[in-house]
Design a protein around this ligand. Structure first.
Ligand code: PMP
Ligand code: GLN
Length: 392
């Protein structure tokens, strides 16, 4: 293993899902739905396979039908115009989009600002690109995590190349508001920075609204926007994502992408093109269904004794374990340790969660928090909450 990847080990998601399998615990760790997306979308994939559409290498930038559907989606939901031929790129999930964007845009030695806690692939891809990550910590404030705009401003140096944003934010559930995004945009313009913005949870906002960073003044020419069908249509195994941006930026990302995977799985692209055109009811039901499950799990965690942060978006809840017996520094057991807590939880309660600390450089800042995914059936969430209550 080269030095750039040393220290990254196995992703926490694989580790915690393996732990769930080994112990038979309920897996609220890795974020994937336990119910597949719409039947009609699955049928569209079957039809494409059967009709022989996409069974051989599809075009490098993605099939035209999907690029057009992505552009249409940006117009329909945000009034944004992208040229499907030059401003849209299909990728192997948002993960490849992130990797290709960072590999294409970051020079060795460049600094990349990322909101901490950050999605784990950010750190690894910044490292692969030879960049230096500069974390800006989201600070707990009441029952949410907040971006401190002064801290963000102070993090910019002459070596900063880009800001890697994520809203709605995994794992905290924070949704950046208009004022915050306007300030990020202003900073990018003022300091000549690019933005790569991971908006895979764009349709999972329960409070406020999702505002694409690219829609702010001066951002159209400097923003790479990333999203994914895995989230919006609940088919995480299909690995279809996309990038939108200027022809220059999309061409740059494509230059890296072509040597990573060349293209992404063909038949699924046809199905996702159809999925993006689903009526508003699909998007609404995804949202209302998840909101109900958020509330159910939040209530369950609270009655099991956790402190619970408010999730404005995503399908994750962050819980504070310091309110639990034995984690509060009393009873002679030391300070809260989310990692030890999550490692013991499957045996103790039959539930798997993810320690938020692994998404931090400033580990102590994340130690008291654990992340639970609520993209699961209601009976599963109820059972998990009951187990946590009984086993605390
Ligand atoms: N970004 C974030 C913030 C995520 O939570 C995920 C989740 N899996 C991804 C990117 C990756 O998406 P995909 O599965 O489409 O690669
Ligand atoms: N995005 C999902 C999560 O945050 C998992 C993706 C993965 O396993 N890489 O849990």
């Amino acid at each position: 293993l080269n030095r750039r990847l040393a220290g990254f080990g196995t992703t926490i998601f694989a580790e915690m899902s393996a732990l769930a399998q080994r112990t038979g615990a309920i897996n609220l760790g890795q974020g994937f739905p336990d119910t597949d997306g719409p039947e009609s979308v699955r049928e569209a994939a079957v039809r494409a396979l059967r009709d022989g559409r996409g069974n051989q290498y599809p075009p490098g930038p993605g099939i035209p039908e999907l690029r057009t559907a992505v552009a249409e989606h940006q117009r329909r939901f945000y009034g944004l115009e992208f040229d499907p031929d030059t401003e849209v790129l299909v990728t192997a999930g948002a993960t490849e989009a992130l990797a290709a964007a960072l590999l294409a845009l970051v020079e060795p030695g460049d600094e990349v600002i990322a909101l901490e806690p950050y999605y784990d692939s950010y750190a690894a891809c910044i490292a692969l690109a030879g960049g230096t990550r500069v974390p800006v910590t989201l600070r707990p404030s009441g029952d949410t995590f907040r971006l401190d705009l002064d801290e963000l401003r102070d993090a910019v140096t002459d070596r900063t190349r880009l800001i890697l944003l994520n809203t709605p934010h995994n794992p905290t559930g924070t949704v950046l508001g208009r004022d915050e995004l306007a300030a990020v945009a202003e900073l990018c313009v003022e300091r000549g920075l690019l933005a790569v913005t991971d908006e895979v949870y764009e349709h999972m906002v329960f409070e406020g609204e999702h505002l694409p960073l690219v829609s702010f003044p001066g951002m159209r020419e400097r923003t790479v926007t990333i999203s994914s069908a895995g989230k919006t249509f609940s088919f995480t195994g299909w690995k279809v994502g996309w990038v939108t941006g200027t022809p220059e930026l999309v061409t740059a990302v494509r230059s890296a992408k072509q040597y990573l995977t060349y293209v992404s799985a063909g038949p699924f692209q046809y199905a996702v093109a159809e999925a993006l055109a689903l009526p508003d009811a699909h998007y609404r039901e995804l949202n209302t269904g998840l909101r109900a499950r958020r509330d159910l799990l939040a209530d369950g965690l609270r009655s099991a004794g956790f402190g619970v942060f408010r999730t404005a978006g995503t399908y994750f809840l962050t819980a504070d374990i310091r309110t639990l017996p034995g984690q509060d520094g009393k009873e002679g057991r030391g300070a809260a340790d989310g990692v030890a807590f999550c490692l013991a939880l499957p045996e103790r309660c039959g539930v798997v969660a993810v320690p938020t600390q692994v998404f931090y450089d400033h580990e102590a800042a994340g130690a008291p928090y654990v992340r639970f995914a609520f993209c699961k059936r209601e009976d599963v969430l109820r059972e998990a909450a009951e187990r946590l209550r009984a086993g605390r």
